[in-house]
Design a protein around this ligand. Structure first.
Ligand code: FE
Length: 270
């Protein structure tokens, strides 16, 4: 049983396990990422290696083994960080049968599962996966929807999935502009529409895809206010502890200028 971390920052989407996907290449890189996380004030990390994405298959067994080994190394090295198991699972047609046969991992001991969509579009199976998981008491957490072309073009498509019971995770680097101005803008649009529930790093390496969780929370506080920062922080902790996510703060009213503009547009039917 993994000892649960304290009240520090929690990161629910990372590629910290060594040598099994495009994240940490080996133990040295894993430990380097762990040290960087602890230095930022992160106390708990869910390891979510790619699974079923057409390139990587990382069954529950290997994820469990490496997570135990990494936790042991962190204890030996006195790094104040705990790791829980998970997978970043690509949406696929046998998702539900694989879930029911125990081949897929939730995040930690929770009933939340991290699901990745291809970057070009929302797969047709997505609605059914979200809905049927919900019937089983399991919540889909959609990884970085701000990097999905169909969501960026039409955020209502994500709203439909949220309505069916999904939650959505935005990536720190997207919020901070690391994937370019377009994805940065899309990230904040989704946040302002109340379609984002969790912020996490999707950390892969120290060179150009580290954590930046603290930076992202600070930007959230500056852009959306302290209540939204607390909301995102609490939700990550809720997943870590297998609890329900918290209620969303009120959405900011659009500025008078923006409201006036949309009224004009509706008057002229554009
Ligand atoms: Fe990822």
């Amino acid at each position: 049983m993994i000892e649960k971390g304290g009240a520090g920052m929690i990161d629910i989407h990372t590629h910290i396990l060594p040598g099994i996907d495009d994240g940490a290449a080996d133990w040295e890189h894993s430990i380097g990422l762990a040290r960087a996380a602890a230095a930022e004030g992160i106390t708990g990390i869910v390891a979510t290696p790619h699974h079923y994405d057409g390139k990587y298959t990382n069954d529950a067994v290997i994820v469990r083994e490496l997570t135990i080994e990494l936790n042991n190394k962190l204890t030996e090295l006195d790094i104040p960080l705990k790791i829980q198991t998970g997978q970043e699972i690509r949406a696929h047609s046998e998702f539900l049968s694989n879930w029911q046969s125990g081949k897929l991992l939730p995040m930690g001991d929770s009933s939340y599962v991290l699901i990745e969509m291809p970057s070009s579009q929302i797969p047709r199976s997505m609605e059914q996966i979200v809905y049927e998981l919900r019937l089983l008491g399991v919540r889909a957490v959609i990884a970085h929807p701000e990097r999905n072309a169909e969501v960026v073009q039409n955020p209502d498509r994500l709203a439909e999935l949220v309505e069916l019971g999904a939650y959505a995770q935005v990536t720190t680097h997207s919020l901070l502009g690391g994937f370019g101005r377009g994805i940065e803008k899309a990230s904040w649009t989704l946040c302002r529409r109340g379609l984002i529930h969790i912020v996490s790093s999707d950390a892969h390496n120290l060179e150009w895809r580290g954590f930046r969780l603290k930076d992202a929370y600070e930007r959230v506080e500056a852009e959306l206010g302290p209540a939204w920062r607390r909301y995102f922080e609490r939700n990550a902790q809720a997943i870590w502890n297998g609890r329900e996510l918290t209620d969303q703060p009120a959405l900011a009213q659009p500025s008078a200028k923006a409201a006036g503009w949309s009224k004009l547009k509706s008057l002229f039917g554009k």
